[in-house]
Design a protein. Structure first.
Ligand SMILES: [Ca+2]
Length: 181
């Protein structure tokens, strides 16, 4: 009898877990989300771009998921903007956005932003949402998550990491952007 109860309980757990999985499982819209696909000719990870040349590369020494992560080098620049353009965004839709971030620096004063900027069909920015606003280093990767509602007029977005006045580096990994269903 006890064995039967356990079997029933197990079935219930599996059904619930399956339901939760389906509820959050739109495809990830981010290309090269785990930084495993190599780099472009300029050294920037495939699928990604950066505002300051040579300040966004791939790291095979520190990562959240093996064997590589993305590394943004502040280099005491006023501002470095590492980003990926996402198309086929649906206005009014809820999106799960998350990333793992590790700020490796001894700087006393800096800012790292994890953001989504939304664009309309004329490619004009219409809204910027901040998922994380980080001003202290951390000992390892931490995950930052938000559910964002795309503005009604949004047809595209950029997922971006912005460093402001940072001398050290930021490692980013497992970047997810998908519909919440
Ligand atoms: Ca990785």
């Amino acid at each position: 009898m006890r064995r039967v109860s356990r079997a029933i309980a197990l079935v219930i757990v599996v059904v619930v877990a399956g339901g939760l999985s389906a509820a959050a499982s739109g495809p990830n819209l981010v290309t090269n989300a785990d930084f495993t696909q190599g780099v472009q000719g300029n050294g920037v990870p495939i699928g990604w771009g950066v505002s300051v040349p040579a300040h966004f590369t791939r790291s095979d020494s520190i990562f959240r998921t093996s064997p590589t992560s993305g590394r943004i080098e502040g280099g005491s620049q006023d501002r470095v903007n590492a980003r990926q353009r996402l198309r086929e965004i649906s206005g009014g839709t809820a999106y799960h956005v998350s990333a793992w971030i590790f700020i490796d620096t001894v700087d006393p004063l800096f800012q790292v932003l994890f953001q989504v900027r939304w664009f309309d069909d004329a490619n004009q920015p219409i809204q910027t949402d901040t998922i994380a606003n980080l001003t202290v280093p951390n000992d390892g990767f931490s995950r930052h998550v938000s559910v964002l509602n795309a503005p009604a007029l949004a047809t595209a977005a950029t997922v971006r990491f912005v460093t402001i006045g940072l001398a050290g580096g930021v490692f980013v990994d497992t970047v997810v952007f998908r519909t919440v269903q």
